[in-house]
Ligand binder design. Sequence first.
Ligand SMILES: *[C@@H]1O[C@H](CO)[C@@H](O)[C@H](O)[C@H]1NC(C)=O
Ligand SMILES: *[C@@H]1O[C@H](CO)[C@@H](O)[C@H](O)[C@H]1NC(C)=O
Ligand SMILES: *[C@@H]1O[C@H](CO)[C@@H](O)[C@H](O)[C@H]1NC(C)=O
Ligand SMILES: *[C@@H]1O[C@H](CO)[C@@H](O)[C@H](O)[C@H]1NC(C)=O
Ligand SMILES: *[C@@H]1O[C@H](CO)[C@@H](O)[C@H](O)[C@H]1NC(C)=O
Ligand SMILES: *[C@@H]1O[C@H](CO)[C@@H](O)[C@H](O)[C@H]1NC(C)=O
Ligand SMILES: *[C@@H]1O[C@H](CO)[C@@H](O)[C@H](O)[C@H]1NC(C)=O
Ligand SMILES: CC(=O)N[C@H]1CO[C@H](CO)[C@@H](O)[C@@H]1O
Length: 564
Amino acid sequence: MLGSSAYKAFALAGAAVCLLQDGFAAATRRALDTSATAIDGKPFPPLLDAELEDLAEGLESGLFTSVDLVNAYVARILEVNSTLKMVAQINPDALATAADLDAARAKGINHGPLHGIPILIKNNIATKDKMDNTAGSYALAGARVPEDSTMAAKLRRAGAIILGKTNLSQWANFRSSNSSSGWSALGGQTEGAYFPKQDPSGSSSGSGVASSLGLALATLGTETDGSILSPSSLNNLVGIKPSVGLTSRHLVIPISSHQDTIGPMARTVKDAAYLLAAIAGADPNDNYTSAIPFPEHKIPDYVAACDYFSLAGARIGVPRNVITTIETIPGLTTAFNGALDLFRAAGATVVDNITLPGYEPLRAGGYEQVVLNSDFVTDLKAYLAQLTVNPNNVTSLGDLLKFTQAYPLEQWPLRDTRRWETALGYGHGNEAPEFWANYTTQLYYAGLLGVTGGLRNHSLDALVVPTSFASMMPALIGSPVVTVPLGKMPADTAVVKNQFGNLVSRAPNVPFGISFLGERFSEEKLIGLAYAFEQRTLVRKTVVPYLQPTAELADVVNKRMAKV
Ligand SMILES: *[C@@H]1O[C@H](CO)[C@@H](O)[C@H](O)[C@H]1NC(C)=O
Ligand SMILES: *[C@@H]1O[C@H](CO)[C@@H](O)[C@H](O)[C@H]1NC(C)=O
Ligand SMILES: *[C@@H]1O[C@H](CO)[C@@H](O)[C@H](O)[C@H]1NC(C)=O
Ligand SMILES: *[C@@H]1O[C@H](CO)[C@@H](O)[C@H](O)[C@H]1NC(C)=O
Ligand SMILES: *[C@@H]1O[C@H](CO)[C@@H](O)[C@H](O)[C@H]1NC(C)=O
Ligand SMILES: *[C@@H]1O[C@H](CO)[C@@H](O)[C@H](O)[C@H]1NC(C)=O
Ligand SMILES: *[C@@H]1O[C@H](CO)[C@@H](O)[C@H](O)[C@H]1NC(C)=O
Ligand SMILES: CC(=O)N[C@H]1CO[C@H](CO)[C@@H](O)[C@@H]1O
């Protein structure tokens, strides 16, 4: 769940890719074309932008059913999957589950706001059903878990339909030093929808692309350092990276017990809040959730936190020493400074140019690599020990390394296994003294000398930075971040390839976001600020994908009615 921002990729001099500039000029947001979205004058919510409350209202009024919704989303997935490869697997039980939930609704049983709503989840969040739990690796093809992950169980309990699994950067980007974002051996190469061959970022790549194109209401991603935030930013989405411990990691394929967290990737702040409300909470199977500080573990009302006026009176800090290379990303400086003006206009105090002195020592220190490598050795072994079926007998990182290097479809050595070799080279897991020395050092720099110190010393409600600079310090101290669409790269942006050479990381129309950072378990406050910014700007709707599916609910409902 390591983020790989397209921005970090180097520039290939003179890299040229076929440009579809005219295509962008002509592109319209299909959402605006209502001809395909109404029957007898009754409008159906266009799926590119449909929000939870639109879908819930349509289901409740009988305009469409959850079976219709599943059929419409599956049709949309199949329209774009062969190009974008964002969905690894469709749940063979999705239609039957939808029918059950429709029947329950007809009897007056409603499990809550997510009742009958399709959600896609990243292919490292395990389910005990007909689907695979592979992190994109052949090593885990056919592997089975003893029960649903807590995330999957909570979604099902909330009435959501798990529509399928999304593709990802293999092993959540914790294998290779020279692979491409969104590639996995099992799922192929995911691409973004805002420019041909767009680097989708990662590691929650498929979750980003699928949510952005309206292939489900929303998706779940996972983050160790950047893997929700970066693909949310580059796919024009809202992403919430929750505090470590707010969402249970039980039966989620790990990188690091100290840094991993699971969160929503959605098209609006409110939809993300609905999803977070469903997945947050204490779990005896993940003792980090015992850190949840609310009385009786009562989770705040994240949906009610969506208040248009929450910027009024807020104090927002801008740590300029963390965003030194902002000018290298086309269009970002103007958009970010515009956002600061908007905060002021909405009644916030912007405390500009504060310094987080821990940033430079962290960049230089390499502590995080030691923490993640040590955690992975220990935590992967613990995950594998829980499997009930393990076809390749992979029980440790050493086994996984051997399997991967011997299995041609894993594309080794073209895509190396450097991270694992480094981790195994230490000869220890996270029980070792070296681990603790590094861990406490990074807590100090990212905490007192970083995010926590910055917030407290300046009496701030939040820090804001462009999302490509947001993930590191919060990753190290387990604090939350919310990213919201901010803008896109301008039409004259020079096209730049990714490091691997198969994708485009900078190009016209590629989106980017702004992030709100707060103290641990301050999600409620961050959601409020993010919502106020989102509702005052509505940036998402100004960025149009070059490729989008055409299937809509009206088509599905028409077809169903024609059959009757
Ligand atoms: C995605 O497309 C590929 C290529 O057409 C196909 O092999 C694969 O089964 C599709 N995946 C899903 C989930 O339909
Ligand atoms: C959580 O559980 C693990 C294994 O049972 C244990 O090693 C660890 O100390 C516990 N951590 C906390 C914070 O309770
Ligand atoms: C930020 O502060 C530094 C050091 O205090 C100063 O040199 C710099 O000019 C300030 N930058 C801005 C944009 O205010
Ligand atoms: C895994 O172990 C089982 C039991 O020891 C053995 O039957 C099987 O052949 C092994 N599979 C592989 C792929 O090594
Ligand atoms: C990745 O690194 C390996 C090992 O150094 C090398 O063999 C391989 O060619 C590299 N791949 C790319 C795409 O550069
Ligand atoms: C961090 O880990 C490395 C590698 O195990 C070790 O050499 C170093 O002493 C550790 N401690 C600190 C504070 O970096
Ligand atoms: C916050 O204040 C403490 C105490 O003065 C100081 O050590 C720390 O560096 C400050 N941190 C930040 C981020 O300003
Ligand atoms: C195009 C492609 O590679 N599709 C794959 C997506 O993932 C599923 C399941 O992992 C494979 O069966 C597809 O072939």
